[in-house]
Design a protein around this ligand. Structure first.
Ligand SMILES: Cc1cc2nc3c(=O)[nH]c(=O)nc-3n(C[C@H](O)[C@H](O)[C@H](O)COP(=O)(O)OP(=O)(O)OC[C@H]3O[C@@H](n4cnc5c(N)ncnc54)[C@H](O)[C@@H]3O)c2cc1C
Length: 431
């Protein structure tokens, strides 16, 4: 602890596995840990599940080609979203608005996402604690004993055997003293953020007024725009930021949010003047779309070189295939593997770091950060955590083969997953 506490902190409860952060990575982790028999708590600081897919308004699954299988939690989400007519081709979601601005497949209704994800966690009896922020940890040597939370009840502690940091920012790992990865030899600049806005169709031209003309320079520099078709004649309008803020810091994130919100009227006016005057501002999501948070040092750092060379790992527990998507270029790649060693926080015996805070260089994170891949690595961490609790073993001594066997058993397309994780399925010794 880095400060002295002069009040007693009460114990909220004790769990087998505590997952911090309810984005796609945390959702996958919590569902699979509970499905494998662990008593699980999922802590989320906002009001629902889905992370950037909910609070950030991100409404499509990035993937090269059709999404096949990404583990039971993800596959179940897709099938339920389809059932709710909130996903995919059957519901006219993947329409191309304009070839210049976007040709995305796999669109979904991000407003439906937290309802569907919560339904799945309910089925598996995951305890949920919303409106709760993880603010610290207590550890004994190399083992985290408690996370410290803050919510409407004040400050409390929660005990667990295994913790999974899925905060997107490595908050648990940071408080536990883990090293963060800042630099990247090949991609030195941070991933840029984007403002998402939702527009609705109107009959009359209703030009957006601005509060201050200074914010509405007609020459406003808009480096890149993407448009996605939404239901009910709405459009999701994404403008990339051209200023780099350090989104791994509280101040950088706050400054980015403030700057981009100031510019929303100008962005809308730009849209009306350059794209279509038949749309007006509807709303923007709760949080700015920041792509990069803290990456945490693990047993191994997944590198862009590993990804480009399709390196096979003995302990592969997830895969991805999205482009290496940095400020420099979008580089197409084929399926690559993610090793368990890149989601094990170094020097700690009971912490996984999953989702976009995994142990990866910037280039590797730029592809592994997409929602399907985050969910898959979270799912493996959840299985691994539950097996460790069940067998009273350290998370590292659980065989990756045992994790992967369960992942495959529960997947929609078992052969596909077996093939993509092929080397690890032949691994019989503990890594
Ligand atoms: C603008 C933008 C567009 C994108 N477009 C796409 C796309 O089209 N398709 C795609 O697949 N991916 C896309 N992505 C990437 C993707 O949305 C994220 O990288 C992905 O959601 C990361 O998942 P995660 O679970 O690791 O983290 P997050 O989604 O960030 O979830 C982390 C969760 O942890 C919670 N949390 C954080 N700190 C705490 C704390 N201290 N205590 C408790 N809870 C905490 C947060 O509230 C959040 O719910 C986009 C990202 C951005 C920013």
């Amino acid at each position: 602890m880095k400060y002295k506490i002069n009040t007693e902190i009460s114990l909220f409860n004790t769990y087998d596995v505590v997952v911090c952060g309810g984005g796609f990575a945390g959702f996958g982790a919590a569902v699979m840990a509970a499905k494998e028999g662990a008593k699980v708590l999922l802590i989320e600081r906002t009001s629902g599940l889905g992370g950037m897919g909910f609070i950030g308004g991100v409404g499509n699954i990035c993937y090269k080609g059709n999404v096949v299988t990404n583990g039971y939690p993800f596959d179940t989400m897709i099938s339920l979203m389809k059932k709710m007519k909130a996903y995919g081709p059957e519901n006219d979601y993947p329409q191309i608005i304009n070839e210049k601005y976007g040709t995305q497949d796999n669109l979904f209704d991000h407003n439906m996402l937290p309802i569907v994800l919560q339904y799945i966690t309910n089925i598996h009896k995951v305890d949920l604690l919303y409106h709760t922020e993880v603010i610290d940890i207590i550890k004994c040597k190399d083992k985290i004993k408690y996370v410290i939370i803050h919510n409407a009840s004040g400050t409390q502690a929660i005990k667990a055997e295994v913790f999974i940091d899925a905060t997107g920012n490595g908050i648990v790992a940071m408080h536990a003293g883990c090293k963060t990865l800042n630099d990247d030899e090949f991609y030195p600049d941070m991933l840029k953020s984007s403002t998402l806005m939702f527009l609705r169709k109107v009959d009359l031209n209703q030009k957006q007024e601005v509060l201050d003309e200074a914010y509405c320079d007609p020459k406003i520099d808009i480096p890149k725009i993407q448009l996605f078709y939404e239901a009910d004649d709405k459009i999701s309008y994404k403008v990339h930021s051209n200023i780099s803020y350090d989104t791994t810091t509280g101040k950088g994130l706050s400054d980015l949010e403030r700057d981009m919100r100031d510019k929303i009227p100008a962005f809308i006016r730009y849209f009306q003047e350059n794209i279509s005057d038949k749309y007006k501002y509807d709303y923007s999501p709760q949080v700015i779309g920041f792509r990069e948070g803290k990456r945490i040092l693990g047993d191994q750092i997944l590198t862009s070189e590993d990804i480009k060379t399709h390196r096979k790992f003995d302990d592969a527990i997830a895969y991805g295939n999205f482009t290496i998507d940095t400020v420099y270029a979008r580089e197409n790649i084929d399926y690559y593997q993610i090793p368990r060693s890149s989601i094990l926080a170094k020097d700690l015996v009971n912490l996984f770091v999953v989702g976009r805070c995994l142990s990866a260089d910037r280039g590797a994170m730029s592809t592994a950060r997409i929602m399907a891949t985050c969910c898959l690595m979270g799912s493996s961490a959840g299985i691994n955590a539950a097996l460790a609790v069940k067998k009273h073993k350290n998370i590292r001594t659980i065989k990756t083969k045992d994790v992967v066997d369960i992942l495959i058993k529960d997947s929609l397309d078992k052969d596909f997953m077996r093939e993509k994780l092929s080397k690890s399925t032949q691994n019989t010794s503990a890594k």
